[in-house]
Design a protein around this ligand. Structure first.
Ligand SMILES: Nc1ncnc2c1ncn2[C@@H]1O[C@H](COP(=O)(O)OP(=O)(O)O)[C@@H](O)[C@H]1O
Ligand SMILES: [Mg+2]
Length: 152
């Protein structure tokens, strides 16, 4: 079998209930993992913000119709390669997104209470190299954040 050109060096997974209190947990968990690559503080801050946006979306959008958020789960997995290619996946099993391109449009929001800015995907896109979204209505959504980090 051919050898992978840029093999995975380390990976992690975590699962937690879709509660607001876990937004900071998600930030810190990803931050602790990515710190192994010793990135600049500014890059770490940007990654934490991107993860926060994705996790907040699971809580406020994916599971918006769920009465018991404690039984709704958010799944994060992350991995980086020898070459410093980082991938972070934030997944939910919630409502899903009917029109992904529309959802990614700056200022687009389905929030009726006027608390959201509609800038979550735009923020994610500005802080990582690539954002991929896979979603199916009533099945859930996975947001994959990819970023190339310098390895020392
Ligand atoms: N995980 C998700 N599950 C269901 N819908 C989502 C999810 N993430 C985003 N969306 C949809 O995409 C829209 C845009 O998301 P975003 O750019 O983060 O803006 P905001 O959260 O401020 O509305 C949301 O209003 C929502 O309709
Ligand atoms: Mg958002």
């Amino acid at each position: 079998m051919a050898k992978r050109a840029d093999p995975i060096k380390n990976s992690m997974k975590c699962v937690f209930p879709a509660k607001s209190i876990n937004e900071s947990f998600a930030r810190m968990a990803v931050s602790a993992f990515v710190s192994q690559l010793d990135p600049p503080v500014s890059v770490l801050a940007e990654l934490k913000t991107a993860v926060s946006e994705a996790v907040t979306n699971c809580i406020v959008h994916a599971y918006r119709h769920e009465p018991d958020k404690g039984s709704c789960l958010i799944y994060i997995s992350a991995a980086y390669t020898v070459g410093g290619n980082l991938k972070i996946a934030v997944k939910d099993k919630g409502a899903g997104i009917a029109d992904i391109a529309l959802a990614r449009t700056p200022l687009y929001t389905t929030d009726a209470e006027g608390e959201r800015s509609g800038m979550g995907f735009t923020v994610m896109e500005s802080f990582v190299d690539r954002v991929r979204v896979r979603s199916a209505p009533m099945k859930g959504t996975t947001v994959i954040l990819e970023k190339r980090l310098d390895v020392k």
